[in-house]
Structure formats: structure tokens, C-alpha cells
Design a protein around this ligand. Structure first.
Ligand code: NAD
Length: 352
């Protein structure tokens, strides 16, 4: 077997472990910064305000209006607060929505970013920013978008509601499933991807059983780091393109959409990438699509797109968009087969 690849590694500092969220101040000073604007969503405002208070003189205050899909008008408000507060870096406390705001600020002014990640979505380790303006979502990549420091403290994920833990964990798995067959994969990204799925596969049922299980929380966050890392390193294919189309066109919730689609997109690609997917096929009992669907069902994850408020007509349109927008995928993207896949996802039926 010949091995050949080009591997661009994203440079960032990862601080992992229980209690590490107390290291935010040290990380701010290690970056040579003096005043951090602490970001969060309105939902996590209390935690973000406490963090800012704990930072004392290292805090430039809070901006707690981070919103899903990073609307540009919110970023503009945050930029004003950043400037008027005399901040020289950002601390994003939260999931992909808050991290997206920190990235959007850094994209505009090169602000160093420290992320305290509290979901499994993986944005904290990617140089990718998706932002929305006039209902249009655009994606940009850049070295200044990648956060400099990521703190993973499992204690901060204990409060992530079980349903969100499950959908966010499946969202993370989706990055890794697509990474194993990515066109620009390499042996290291494949190892990380398989290990990430393995960790989440082990941890999520334990979290459903007991959300305060700190070992399981730690394991899930470790898996999420690996899955996010491969998302930031190799190209994604059918699954991410379909979720992007569905999310962008019908404003569907991010993690739930990924969770519902994953069994169907992986079943679609399995025949064309059987060798690359073999470790995952084994992990899910011999059938990646059916096994993932059974796994999601056992965790009470949402299974049907219909429950998110879309219908057959929307699926026709999504299938049209999927085939008119060519991109690399291990299996050719054919309209009729994609429409069938979308129907099964709409109905929540088990992939064949
Ligand atoms: P989110 O950040 O929107 O979080 C959902 C809700 O849960 C928010 O109200 C948040 O405050 C709350 N929450 C988060 N962590 C919590 C915790 N530990 N305890 C209690 N509440 C908590 O959800 P998400 O799925 O992490 O992020 C979705 C967004 O991230 C989307 O906009 C998506 O496009 C983006 N994203 C981007 C990338 C990338 O690489 N650019 C990767 C993944 C996701």
C-alpha cells in the first residue's frame, strides 16, 4: 500500500481536563493580552458574567447576545462593544453560536481568541466561520478565524441538557464519519476520526443514563475535540452539504438536523467507501446507517425531519439544490437517490 498525503495541521493550544476553566486568566496573559471581552448567548449570560467578574482587571466586560448562525448585525454590535470597552482579546464561553461570534470579531480585527467550549459541535478547533446576512449564509476560512486557545472543562458540560448533549454528540460524530472518507484524509486524521466516534459512542448512552457522570462527560468532550479537529482539517462531503442546504434554506436547528441526517447520509456513502468506513461499520454492528439510526433511537434523538417542520415539497427543493451544486463525494450525487434518502430522513424511517 502506498501512503501519500499533504497534511496541514491547525496550530492551537488545547487545555483539557476537569477544573481547567479556572485557567482563563493565565491563558489571557500567556497570549500577551490584558483585557478580554467575554462573550456568550443570552442563555449562558450568568455564567459569562461570573467568568468576567472572576477575571477582575483582565475583563473588559461582557457581550451576551451571541446568536445561532452568526448574524452580521449582531457581530457589528459586538464590534462596537469590543472597541468602546478597550478589549484586546475575546473569551467565548459556550457552543458554536458564541464561538462563531468570537471568530467573526477575530476575522474583522485579528483579536486573539480563547474559547471555553461547552457543547460538542467542534467549531472551536476549525478555521471556518459561517455568518448570515439577509437570510444568506456564507462561509469563510482563514488563519485568524482559528481560536488560539481552547479550554475543554467537562465540568462546564454537566449542565448541557441531555437532549442537546445527544444531538450535539451526533453532530460531532458526523464530522468524523465524513472525515474517514474525505478526499484529502490522511492516516492521522482517520485515526482521530475513528477514536472520536468511539469515545462518543461509549459516552453518550452513559450521559443519557446519568447527565452528571463526569467520566462520561470527559469522554464525550474528548471525542468532540477529535471530531472537531478533523472537521477543521479535511474536507466534508454529502452530509455537511445537505445539512447546510437544509439549515440555510429552511432555518432548521443545527445539531438536530445533523443528528437526523447522519444515518441516511452514511448509509448512502457506505457502499462507495466501505474500506475507509470499516472501523465505524464494525463499531455500529455491521451496518453504519442502520446502526447509527438504532443508536440515535436508543438515545431518544429526533429521527424525522418532519418533526422540525419541513414537508415533501421542501425535500424536492433540497434534492434539486443538492444536485445543482456539485462537490466531491465518494458516491456520485444522483437526484433520485438523494430524494429517496431525504424521504427516509423526512419520515424518520430506518435506512436500509
Ligand atoms: P449553540 O452554541 O447554539 O448552543 C445552543 C444553546 O445551548 C445556546 O443557548 C447555548 O447558550 C446553550 N448551551 C451551550 N452549552 C451549554 C451548556 N454546557 N450548558 C447549558 N447550556 C448550554 O449550539 P451548537 O450546536 O454548539 O452550535 C451551533 C452553531 O455553531 C451553528 O450556528 C453552527 O453553524 C455553528 N458551527 C460552526 C462550526 C464551524 O466550524 N464553523 C462547527 C460546528 C457548528
Amino acid at each position: 500500500m502506498t501512503i501519500q498525503f499533504t497534511y496541514n495541521v491547525n496550530p492551537s493550544r488545547i487545555v483539557f481536563g476537569q477544573g481547567t476553566s479556572t485557567q482563563v486568566a493565565d491563558q489571557i496573559t500567556s497570549l500577551g493580552c490584558k483585557r478580554a471581552l467575554v462573550l456568550s448567548t443570552a442563555f449562558q449570560a450568568d455564567d459569562a458574567k461570573k467568568l468576567a467578574a472572576d477575571l477582575g482587571n483582565l475583563s473588559a466586560g461582557n457581550f451576551t447576545e451571541a446568536t445561532m448562525h452568526t448574524p452580521v448585525h449582531v457581530t457589528e454590535q459586538a464590534m462596537q462593544v469590543y472597541t468602546s470597552s478597550g478589549a484586546d482579546c475575546v473569551v467565548a464561553l459556550g457552543g458554536g453560536s458564541t464561538i462563531g461570534l468570537g471568530k467573526a470579531i477575530a476575522y474583522r480585527n485579528d483579536a486573539p481568541q480563547i474559547v471555553v467550549a461547552t457543547t460538542y459541535a467542534g467549531s472551536e478547533v476549525t478555521p471556518i466561520l459561517g455568518q448570515t446576512e439577509n437570510d444568506l449564509k456564507t462561509t469563510v476560512r482563514g488563519a485568524n478565524i482559528l481560536p488560539e486557545v481552547v479550554i475543554y472543562d467537562p465540568d462546564l458540560t454537566i449542565g448541557l441538557p441531555v437532549s442537546m448533549s445527544v444531538t450535539s454528540g451526533l453532530n460531532a460524530m458526523a464530522h468524523a464519519v465524513e472525515a474517514v472518507y474525505a478526499e484529502n484524509r490522511n492516516p492521522v486524521t482517520s485515526l482521530m476520526a475513528v477514536e472520536g466516534v468511539r469515545a462518543l459512542h461509549e459516552a453518550l448512552p452513559k450521559i443519557v443514563e446519568n447527565p452528571t457522570n463526569t467520566d462520561a462527560r470527559s469522554q464525550a468532550l474528548y471525542g468532540a475535540w477529535l471530531c472537531g479537529t478533523v472537521l477543521g482539517t479535511v474536507g466534508m462531503a454529502l452530509h455537511h452539504k445537505l445539512c447546510h442546504t437544509l439549515g440555510g434554506t429552511y432555518n432548521l436547528p443545527h445539531a438536530e438536523t445533523h443528528a437526523i441526517m447522519l444515518p441516511h447520509t452514511s448509509a448512502y456513502n457506505a457502499p462507495a467507501a466501505a474500506e475507509e468506513m470499516q472501523p465505524l461499520i464494525d463499531l455500529f454492528g455491521g451496518s453504519i446507517g442502520g446502526g447509527l439510526w438504532d443508536f440515535a433511537k436508543s438515545l431518544n434523538a429526533p429521527l424525522a425531519l418532519r418533526d422540525l417542520g419541513v414537508d415533501e415539497t421542501d425535500m424536492d427543493r433540497a434534492a434539486d439544490i443538492a444536485v445543482t451544486n456539485p462537490y466531491w463525494n465518494p458516491r456520485p450525487v444522483e437526484r433520485e437517490a438523494i430524494r429517496g434518502l431525504l424521504q427516509r430522513a423526512l419520515d424518520g424511517s430506518r435506512p436500509e
